[in-house]
Structures are given as C-alpha cells and as structure tokens.
Design a binder for this molecule. Sequence first.
Ligand SMILES: [Zn+2]
Length: 212
Amino acid sequence: MTGKVSIGDNDVLLVVDVQNDFCPGGRLAVPQGDEVVADINRIAGRFKHVVLTQDWHPAGHLSFASSHPGRQPFESIEVAYGPQILWPDHCVQDTPGARFRDDLHIPHAGLVLRKGFRPAIDSYSAFYENDRTTPTGLGGYLRERGLARVFLAGLALDFCVRYSAEDAQREGFDAVVIEDVCRGIDVDGSVAATRRNFAALGVALLGGDDVG
Ligand SMILES: [Zn+2]
C-alpha cells in the first residue's frame, strides 16, 4: 500500500502499549520506543476513532521471569497454554511504568483496552490472550461500532502490534500496520518472523507519511 490513504468513518487507529515501561528508561524498554509518540499524536488527529491498549499486569504475573525461580528474562518456558517468553517485571497495575507516556496526547480516544490482567495468562494481542481462546472483547466492540479497517501503531512491532494485527486480520477486519510508527524488541529473529507472517496473512504495511 503506498500513497496517501484517506481515513474514513469505518477506520480505527489502534495505539498499542505506548507506556513508560516500554520506552527508554522503562523496565522493558523497546529501543527508540519514545520516537513513535509524536508521530502517533499527529496521525491520531486524522482518525475519528482511536483505541488505546494498555498492558496491565498484576504483581507476580506469570509472564515475569521473577515469578519463576532460576529463570531469566527473555528465556522461553512451557506454560499451560504453550510456550511463553519470560519478561522483566513490567507494566504492573497502577505503577508509573504502566502509565501511558506523558507526551501521548490523544484526548479523543474512545476506549482504553487493558490486557494481561489475568495472573496466569499473558496477552500480546489486543483481541485474544496468549491462550488464544480468551477474548478481550475488542472484536465485538469494533464490530458493534461498525469499524472495519484497523490501523496499528506503537510498541512493540514484533509482539503486541504483531499479534494484534494478525488477530484483526483473522477476525475479518482489514489490518494495516503503520510500520515506521512502531519499534521492535527483536527476540530470536522475531522481527523477521513478524514480516513473514504479515505477508502470509495479507496484513498491509504503510508509512506514517501515507496517513498524515
Ligand atoms: Zn506484558
């Protein structure tokens, strides 16, 4: 997809996890994660409909390496629903790290969708938790609102943006990732895997300048 895209009433911008812990200085910092904020603010102004997602874990969450004695962050373990990468403690409910960046400014956002709040399930996707069966309700929200095309920007490209975009596409929405307004973590080739999956599923990629 290239060239200026016109944004209409059936389009929604999904702003993924623009939180302090995912930016430099945070506990699970995505390199250059803070660079996306100004572009997201600008792009959000083009959209009538904006949804913000917020990673929101209880202390002692299953996805934290600290919850598994002897394990280190970025190791993968088997849990009840399959493999799970272990992360540093991050986005603990009601802590400064879980807050949106102070410079994120999208007052007209209609929904803040919290995810990852169940102690024993992680949630990369804004649509389904990592057991792949527990819905967050976002699909129903978008359908009831008549929103058909989902643009995505935020953190991190190869985890929460990736899984959200893939699920949006599988759920029958048209997913469009605004690639240069995302940043990745890249664990074991995860950025390359993301690009392959986007191509296989037909997830469209776009530049921020194409949106406004
Ligand atoms: Zn998390």
